[in-house]
Design a protein around this ligand. Sequence first.
Ligand code: ZN
Length: 305
Amino acid sequence: MTEYTHINYETVDDGRIARIILNRPRARNAQHRGLLVELGDAFTAAEADDTVRVVILSGAGPIFSSGHDMGSPESLAERTPGPDLHPTFEINGGTRQGAEGRMLGEWHYFFQNTLRWRNLRKITIAQVQGTVYAAGLMLMWACDLIVAADNAAFADVVGTRLGMCGVEYFAHPWEFGPRKTKELMLTGDSIDAVEAHALGMVSKVFPLDDLDARTLEFARRIAALPTMTALLIKESVNQTVDNMGFHNALQSCFTLHQLNHAHWAEVHENHYPVGLPEDGLIDWRSAPPVAPSVVDQVRATAPVV
Ligand code: ZN
C-alpha cells in the first residue's frame, strides 16, 4: 500500500468504492507539486484495482481545493534546491529555462495529468464544498460527476487577479457555457451550487453536514451498474464531446495560456509570469471576497463567505 503525505486513500464497500481525500486543510488543499503527484499516483492505483468501480475525490476541511499553491512555505521549499526539493523539478523539463521550462512543467503537472484523470477507466465523482476557484475547478471538472455542498461557490478569478485567460485545462465553455464563461472570467464573480445545478455542471446539492454520507449513497447507485456499461456510458459521452472539439480546444487554449504567461514574463523586469497589481489587477493577497453573479445587479452587494 502506497504511503501518502498530502492525501488519504481508502476504500469502502469491500473495495468497490475508493475515496481520495485531499489532505492539506490548513493550506485549503492548495495544489502544490507534492499533492498533485500523489493524486496522480492515487488515481492510477484506483484505476489499476479491478475491485474499484467508483472513485470519490474530496477535500478535508472547509474547502475542496483553493487552486494552485501560490506560495505556501511547502510549495517554495519543494521547488528550491535543498533537502525538500521535489524530484519532479529535475525531470520533465524542470531543468529547462524560460517559456520552455514553464510550458513543460504546466503540460505535465497541470494539463496532461488533468486530462488523464478525465479519461480514467473508472467512474469518478468530485465531492466539493466551500469556494472552488481556478485550479479547484479543473480538478473537479476532470471527474465524471460533481456533487456539491449547499455552501459551494464556483469562480475562476485568474482573469481579474492574475491577468490570465483561464487555468491550464480550459474546460470553462463546456462547463459554464460560452457566454457565462466570458461573464465570470471578465468579472471574477461566482455562481452558487444551485446555479451550477441549473447549468447541469453539478448533479446533486446536499447539506454540508450530510455531504459525505449522501455522496457515498449516490456513488453506491453508480457502483451497482455493470462495469462495462458504466465505462461505455462515460466513454460515449467523452468521445462525443471530443468529436465536438473538446480535445482540440483544450490543446489550443493551453497554448493561449502559455502565450499569456510569456506576455507577463516579457513585460516584467523580474520575468514574473502572471499579472501584478501594477498592471491594473486586483492584488490577490488582499482581494475582497469574490461576489456572486446576480441577475439584476451590475455589482453584487453581498459577498460570498
Ligand atoms: Zn499556468
